[in-house]
Design a protein around this ligand. Structure first.
Ligand code: SF4
Ligand code: SF4
Length: 109
């Protein structure tokens, strides 16, 4: 990606969600080598695990937000285009590296 405003390797906004069923596998994912321990099944559907508010495959280190299974990432992730309406919406909702999604709400004493 050339546009610094949409740098997927330091953003990761679309990889954050508090919904544990945010990322469902689709028929096209059957041949993809996703680690089995990063998946769970429910009611006949298979999902990628989300923990601590983000996908278990999101590597948050060195001020980056990198997908650790990029070559085998699910179809839904491939369809998520940088700079698209959905991308801008995710950045607005979650911020760079999910800063808003991960923010702990202030407790009023
Ligand atoms: S929200 Fe957009 S820029 Fe950020 S990682 Fe996803 S596709 Fe890339
Ligand atoms: S598989 Fe990769 S691109 Fe898809 S949500 Fe997880 S970290 Fe993001």
């Amino acid at each position: 990606m050339s546009d610094k405003a949409f740098d997927c390797m330091s953003c990761g906004a679309c990889c954050f969600s508090r919904n544990p069923r945010y990322l469902k596998l689709l028929p096209w994912d059957a041949s993809r080598a996703l680690p089995p321990d990063g998946l769970f099944s429910e009611n006949g559907e298979t999902y990628v695990k989300f923990e601590c508010g983000h996908c278990v495959h999101l590597n948050l280190s060195n001020c980056k937000a990198a997908c650790s299974v990029y070559e085998n990432r699910p179809e839904a992730c491939r369809a998520f285009r940088a700079g698209s309406f959905e991308c801008v919406k995710a950045i607005r909702a979650n911020g760079i590296m999910g800063e808003r999604a991960r923010a702990v709400p202030e407790v009023v004493a």
